[in-house]
Design a protein around this ligand. Structure first.
Ligand SMILES: [Zn+2]
Length: 60
């Protein structure tokens, strides 16, 4: 299996969700669901995607 990392915490991902083609571990997913201001977390994730995940895009 390819080396998949959570885009939020950077851990190697064993289970989680795919959000717009980006991997997010179940821990961060739960954190997002608990957070009241989901949109802020989502923005943070989007920024992380831009900075870190772009090179991984080629795998999709
Ligand atoms: Zn995570």
């Amino acid at each position: 299996m390819r080396n998949c990392k959570c885009i939020v915490c950077g851990r190697t991902l064993k289970d989680g969700i795919i959000l717009e083609g980006k991997l997010i571990c179940s821990r961060c997913e739960k954190r997002m669901l608990i957070e009241n201001n989901y949109t802020d977390i989502y923005k943070l994730i989007k920024n992380r995607i831009k900075k870190h995940i772009v090179p991984y895009m080629k795998y999709y």
